[in-house]
Design a protein around this ligand. Structure first.
Ligand code: ZN
Length: 435
């Protein structure tokens, strides 16, 4: 398989994007810094905004969701919005606030399970901590991101001699008792050690730390694999690959007539019902403000006219066909890695795409000159979902669900195809410029 320089460079950039983003807070910081470099200005939801044609800006809610937009020359009531939605979070383990536990000379950190990770993949990996700490500085509370680069933690597997049935029955981990992560020997770790480590890393006193939100991440950087290095492996490909493709599509957007919006939401993996999630008000609030803070005078009906003319693409990973497990896949809808982004269809509306959405998808493939595929889940397996149906029902905007195929979704080390990443970006760029 030949991998062009353009495909390779795009995948290298994606790997770097994920390397920099071990948590949703870091992902938002990575997005914000790339947006700022390209002239997008940060806005605060607490301020009064004045927006004008051609303006590029972004707004962050809750530190882990971000919406970026570029104002077009034509009123949205005449041409609608073009919106892409993706999610910044990935399933995994989060540290409990009082998680330090001593057992037989060893200190372990207690964890909560966030979303639905494949827990067995956390065994024997070089794990560490990253997240956000709230600091009291004089009278103010501020947030600081933190990331330990060296592997601090581990979940060693039980030897096969002590777990003889592991290969027949699969690795089952008890959620409460068998997930705490080993941190060190208790004789070396005094009381309050954990806060001390956080305080030292942030150059503050222990007393200044008011709270921490820390996730467990795999310190191994992303990389290429396969005979021609045609695949990538990394944590969080679901859904940082879609965030990265959406970001680049927005950054290269030049069509000035339509207002384009890219929304990057936290909390998709836990149902999106939150202050900053896709089932909350963040995107609808933003679209309203894009109306009422622009220079154009509006008729009260205009917002609804705009929404009626808008389209949303929900970009999220698709399940690539795995030849070792053919029974898990619908036989006539194999979606193959490196054969193009997949449109996701589900008549029960676990995916938001309808017949019109499928027609739009085919049109975008033609425009972008990329191959594409159609994914349908097997009837006898429960289907996952995306932010697509939530944002479609909340906003009343027709939506299509699509994304690059991948293997091992929700593993700590997922895989995907090099070719599909650039193709997804081209598809999303075509969507933004097609107004
Ligand atoms: Zn996802």
């Amino acid at each position: 398989m030949t991998i062009s320089q353009e495909h390779r460079q795009h995948a290298e950039d994606l790997i770097e994007f994920i390397d920099q983003s071990p948590t949703p807070w870091h992902a938002v910081e990575t997005l914000a810094s790339r947006l700022q470099k390209e002239g997008f200005a940060p806005l605060d939801e607490k301020d009064r905004w004045t927006l004008s044609e051609g303006q590029k800006a972004y707004v962050i809610r809750g530190g882990s969701s971000l919406i970026a937009f570029q104002i077009g020359s034509k009123p949205p009531a005449d041409v609608g919005f073009r919106i892409i939605g993706a999610h910044t979070d990935s399933p995994g383990l989060r540290i409990k606030p009082q998680g330090m536990d001593q057992q037989d000379h060893l200190v372990r950190l207690g964890v909560e399970v966030y979303g639905s990770p494949i827990l067995a993949t956390y065994g024997d990996r070089d794990l560490s901590l990253a997240g956000r700490v709230t600091i009291k500085e004089e009278t103010q509370l501020t947030h600081r991101l933190i990331r330990f680069k060296k592997p601090l933690l581990r979940l060693p597997n039980l030897a096969i001699h002590l777990n003889r049935h592991v290969n027949d029955e699969g690795l089952k981990l008890h959620l409460q008792t068998e997930l705490p992560l080993l941190l060190g020997r208790s004789s070396d770790l005094p009381e309050g050690f954990f806060l001390t480590v956080l305080a030292e890393a942030l150059s503050v006193s222990k007393e200044q730390i008011r709270s921490f939100e820390l996730g467990v991440y795999d310190t191994q950087p992303g990389g290429f694999w396969g005979a021609d290095e045609e695949f990538i492996a990394h944590r969080q490909i679901d859904n940082l690959a879609s965030c990265h493709a959406s970001l680049l599509a927005l950054l290269e957007h030049t069509n000035q007539s339509q207002t384009v919006v890219c929304a990057f939401f936290d909390h998709e993996e836990v149902g999106s019902q939150s202050y900053q999630g896709a089932d909350g008000r963040f995107l609808s609030d933003l679209l309203e403000r894009l109306h009422f803070t622009s220079e154009i005078r509006h008729h009260p009906e205009d917002l609804h006219r705009s929404l009626a003319r808008s389209l949303l693409v929900s970009a999220d990973g698709a399940h690539g066909f795995h030849p070792n497990f053919p029974a898990a896949f619908e036989p006539h809808h194999h979606v193959r890695i490196n054969e193009g982004p997949a449109l996701k269809l589900n008549v029960n509306q676990r995916y938001a795409t309808n017949g019109d959405g499928e027609a739009v998808f085919r049109h975008l493939l033609d425009m972008a000159e990329v191959p594409g595929q159609i994914y349908v889940h097997r009837n006898n397996l429960g289907c996952g979902s995306t932010i697509g149906p939530l944002s479609a029902s909340r906003l009343g905007i027709p939506t299509l669900d699509c994304g690059a195929p991948m293997w091992a979704m929700h593993s700590i080390r997922e895989s995907a195809g090099v070719l599909d990443q650039l193709w997804l970006k081209k598809l999303l760029a075509a969507f933004l410029s097609d107004g």
